[in-house]
Design a binder for this molecule. Structure first.
Ligand code: DLL
Length: 440
């Protein structure tokens, strides 16, 4: 049954506006079943629970979950390919995998019921972001082992939209299709959406004045400054969506079009905790730390206390949209993306926020990390606006260095490149080029 908030559209109204105490009751019931399923069917969980001295019977309240051990990405790698499955492979209808930079990929599996839940969650997320039944959805997330393409595809169809499976690349053709088909919704990584905006501008294609109204952007960190750029250059409302393959794919959380102030984490299907990454202690609501997620409705491959490495904080303050599910505030980066430059912790998204505020440069950048002696140094490569005189590049570089020092507290070198010189993204943008010698 569908319904409405004060001005929005709900895909599953009873669930999305469930009172928080009822939601907690539902979570406990589902959690007990999921933890028992993991313990009974996955050797890894049996071993790790036994080592921690806990059994599923110890789970009497949601707070008891803190006694259970974490799961990390390496656990998936160590059990490659199917060792984390909790059902026979014959019951797994789909696998996805993330490539990873080293070693074996991480494989994830879905039963028929899991795929159904995923489609519902993506339909719910897309509706939350402002998509409506009947919309033309242009899906520029990559199709394949990456969960973005198929996730948004089945979610869009479940919501009742018409989905164009564009995938990434062939940007000029994508723009023609968006215009000819009258796309109202664009699904893409924010960096690829920016690439689309830029190509449209350079070709004189008026995307901004056309039918496009909603951008559903995620799969990589992005900033409020980038949101403003995308809103303005595409003539849309850009909305954040979050997810990760290990948990289900996109659709773990989504911003609402009404507030665009944090991503509603779908608590009927996931349990969210934030921990201190050093001690592993659970932090109180509102404190910043590492997001840990437990699946409540994922039968092929339950994830118990999965450490995402993503840094954020949670809020359960009521939201103007009427949804009761807590909000995950914008994910600014990952533990493992954090750079330590001359003793200062820096996330690429912080540099992005500074760059997007500066005049005469384009929002395309890469951070080059090198080692000089015992120090790591950062060079920020940015791109000048077309039409800016090359003679001005030095002065722009100094301005960038100054503002990065003033706002982030880190000393870096800036290099201004000519238009088009920073590589463009078709999926997740590569923000860091690490030229330090890797150990081993
Ligand atoms: O990126 C799933 C996805 C597809 C999400 C499409 C949203 C849209 P993975 O490839 O496994 O899955 O990468 C997951 O990407 O742990 C975060 O570090 C990062 N990430 C995803 N969404 C966001 C976001 C997909 N909205 C990893 N903001 C996660 C910041 C994000 N980081």
């Amino acid at each position: 049954m569908n319904g409405r908030t004060h001005d929005g559209y709900l895909f599953q109204p009873q669930v999305e506006t469930m009172p928080r105490d009822q939601l907690a009751g539902l979570q406990l019931e589902k959690l007990q079943a999921m933890v028992a399923h993991a313990y009974d069917n996955v050797a890894h969980y049996r071993r790790s629970f036994d080592a921690a001295g806990v059994t599923p019977d110890d789970l009497k309240s949601l707070a008891d979950l803190a006694r259970f051990p974490f799961t990390v990405k390496n656990d998936l790698r160590d059990n490659y390919p199917f060792g984390m499955f909790a059902v026979p492979q014959s019951e797994v209808l789909r696998v996805h995998a993330s490539s990873g930079t080293t070693g074996k990929p991480t494989v994830v599996g879905y039963t028929a019921a899991d795929l159904d839940v995923w489609s519902d969650l993506m339909a719910r997320s897309m509706a939350c972001a402002g998509a409506r039944p009947g919309d033309m959805v242009h899906n520029a997330y990559g199709y394949g082992l990456f969960t973005g393409g198929l996730g948004a595809h089945y979610g869009g169809e479940r919501l009742g939209c018409t989905v164009t499976p564009a995938s990434g690349g062939f940007t000029e053709r994508q723009i023609v299709l968006m215009q000819d088909f009258g796309a109202r919704v664009l699904c893409a990584t924010p960096s690829y959406a920016l690439n689309i905006a830029e190509v449209a501008e350079s070709e004189g294609a008026d995307i901004k004045g056309g039918t496009l109204a909603v951008g559903i952007f995620g799969a990589e960190p992005w900033s409020e400054a980038m949101r403003q750029q995308l809103d303005e250059r595409l003539g849309i409302k850009a909305v954040d969506i979050y997810g990760l393959s290990e948990i289900i794919g996109p659709g773990v959380a989504a911003e609402c079009a009404e507030a665009r102030a944090g991503l509603h984490g779908w608590e009927d299907c996931f349990l969210f905790e934030v921990i201190d990454p050093q001690t592993g202690d659970v932090l109180p609501m509102g404190e910043t730390g590492e997001l840990v997620i437990t699946t409540l409705a994922k039968w092929a491959q339950p994830m118990i206390r999965y450490r995402t490495r993503d840094i954020t904080r949670l809020t359960d303050e009521p939201c103007v949209c009427g949804r009761t599910h807590l909000r995950i505030l914008r994910i600014t980066g990952r533990n493992d993306d954090m750079l330590i430059i001359r003793g200062v912790n820096v996330y690429p998204s912080q540099v992005e926020a500074v760059l997007l505020d500066r005049p005469r440069i384009e929002p395309h950048y890469q951070l080059v990390i090198q080692r000089e002696g015992t120090m790591d140094t950062m060079t920020v490569e940015v791109e000048a606006h077309p039409g800016v005189a090359v003679d001005d590049y030095d002065e722009i570089a100094q301005d960038v260095e100054h503002h990065i020092r003033a706002r982030i507290g880190v000393t870096c070198r800036a290099v201004v490149l000519s238009p088009g010189e920073v590589p463009r993204s078709q999926g997740k943008a590569v923000r860091v080029r690490d030229l330090r010698e890797q150990p081993g």
